[in-house]
Design a protein around this ligand. Structure first.
Ligand SMILES: [Zn+2]
Length: 231
């Protein structure tokens, strides 16, 4: 039976990508755990960025080959080793003896699905107006990862935030003042940018958000909803 929740990772052709600096941080292992998870999810969908990360790692490896040892700080050397280790091909994943993936997460990309399973998250948190949310616990200080599910034609209202917010679209899509975003797209909303996101009609949208500070709602419905959402 066709799983309707599956985001069809291979079918995605993202047109919005992280900047090269963000990918470089990721490649050398300098991203925070929450940042690395969001980038991992985009890479699941995006062959172009996977190639860029591979190229950055290759350049890093070549630089290590030609540099005098004295020029490589222990910190950078460790970071590079760590990055190479993180990106090395891994042996096939052992099948879990007892699959405990909740139904809603079965088709999600492995980096996210594994965290849902590891944290024993069993159900969405229901919010007003048909929204659902799932907080993914992370070790980062003030960064929070939320999976948000928005019904078609609805969005989390107009909001702004004091720090950068990252989003990867898992399923469906949304639009805001800056354009239309579809499965696999990476979106970075900058500091103090007010935006009004609306999920695609019909299917709606499932997104993964990295939020570094609570959004500041600027409309009355947004202010009313904020205590429930608290993303
Ligand atoms: Zn990409």
């Amino acid at each position: 039976m066709m799983d309707q929740t599956k985001p069809r990772v291979g079918a995605a052709k993202p047109s919005h990508h992280p900047g090269e600096e963000v990918l470089l941080d990721y490649a050398i292992g300098a991203s925070s755990p929450a940042e690395a998870l969001v980038i991992d999810l985009h890479l699941e969908f995006c062959a172009q960025c996977r190639r860029t990360v591979d190229d950055l790692l290759a350049v890093g490896g070549a630089l290590l080959d030609v540099m005098e040892p004295a020029f490589v700080s222990p910190q950078m050397f460790n970071k590079t080793l760590q990055a190479i280790g993180q990106n090395a091909p891994t042996s096939p994943t052992k099948p879990s003896p007892i699959p405990r993936v909740p139904t809603f997460a079965v088709g999600w990309p492995a980096p996210l699905r594994d965290r849902v399973t590891a944290n024993r998250l069993k159900q969405w948190r229901w919010l007003p107006a048909g929204f659902r949310a799932l907080r993914i616990p992370m070790s980062d200080g003030d960064a929070r990862i939320w999976v948000m599910k928005a019904p078609g034609g609805r969005g989390p209202f107009k909001h702004t935030h004091s720090r950068e917010e990252w989003t990867v679209v898992l399923q469906g899509g949304f639009t805001d003042e800056t354009g239309k975003y579809e499965m696999g797209d990476f979106v970075s909303a900058g500091r103090d940018e007010a935006h009004h996101t609306v999920a695609e009609p019909g299917e709606g949208c499932i997104c993964v958000l990295l939020v570094r500070a609570e959004p500041i709602y600027t409309t009355l419905p947004g202010k009313l909803l904020a205590p429930f959402v608290r993303i």
